[in-house]
Design a protein around this ligand. Structure first.
Ligand code: 0O2
Length: 219
């Protein structure tokens, strides 16, 4: 059971890699859907706006392996690339991010390998997002393998910023002019401020609704 994917598992082709990582992605995505539906049922509210799942392209994997000085082999892929399977969970409010993290932590067979909290501790670029590398068991016909999945959790506003920054990063091959980098850092602060204000607005609305409901039941 405590087995990570290795070439000894008979996973020696890109097709098999895709099969296993796609299965891992589907499992986590399905679990997130269940939690979201349950949350809606209990609290009349969805913490998850939407989910994007993707398998990294072979070209991107080869590029990343090269960047880290590894040969392009299946073994190196599964050992050194943590984001072959990637799931991005987009939510409305910053508080939802930590709510989702707690729900993932509570799933006994999801093993958390590492966490990077760029929400509380943003990158110098202004990037904000919560990253987790987890493993999930994939049940094959004759064995169980634990496949790694990178989960990124962020708000809609953080996602908007990250998409534009990603485009700019590629456009300038990682060397954007200083005024653009500074402007992105400024925008990131505005995103952070927007997130905080939307959260407090939402909390106020919840409070008002709770008071109105309490009043209705006493009438
Ligand atoms: P791509 O092309 O998006 O896949 P690791 O994956 O853990 O080996 P790293 O960089 O140590 O690599 O991990 P980290 O910091 O958790 O970043 C993982 C992913 O987060 C990146 O994948 C990006 O998708 C995203 N990310 C990290 N920093 C930034 C940033 O400053 N701006 C934006 N827009 N996205 C960021 P890749 O493989 O680097 O790139």
């Amino acid at each position: 059971m405590d087995q990570y994917i290795t070439s000894g598992d008979g996973i020696d082709s890109w097709k098999e890699v895709t099969l296993i990582y796609s299965a891992a992605l589907r499992q986590i995505e399905a679990r997130m859907d269940v939690l979201n539906e349950e949350f809606q049922h209990v609290h009349k509210y969805n913490p998850i706006e939407h989910i994007k799942a993707r398998i990294k392209t072979p070209e991107s994997i080869v590029k990343k392996l090269k960047r880290h000085g590894y040969e392009s082999t299946i073994q190196n892929m599964v050992s050194y690339i943590n984001d072959i399977a990637g799931l991005r969970i987009i939510c409305s409010f910053t508080s939802d991010i930590y709510r989702i993290v707690d729900m993932i932590r509570a799933q006994k067979d999801i093993n958390i390998l590492s966490v990077k909290d760029y929400v509380t501790f943003p990158k110098a670029s202004g990037y904000r997002s919560y990253h987790m590398i987890v493993t999930v068991p994939v049940y094959l016909s004759d064995r169980i393998v634990n496949a790694k999945v990178e989960i990124q959790i962020r708000t809609v506003a953080m996602d908007f910023w990250a998409s534009l920054e990603h485009k700019i990063h590629y456009k300038f091959e990682g060397d954007a002019p200083e005024h653009i980098r500074n402007e992105l850092v400024e925008c990131s602060k505005m995103v952070s401020d927007l997130d905080a204000r939307m959260l407090s607005l939402n909390e106020e609305i919840i409070e008002i609704s709770a008071k109105q409901n309490a009043q209705k039941t006493t009438e």
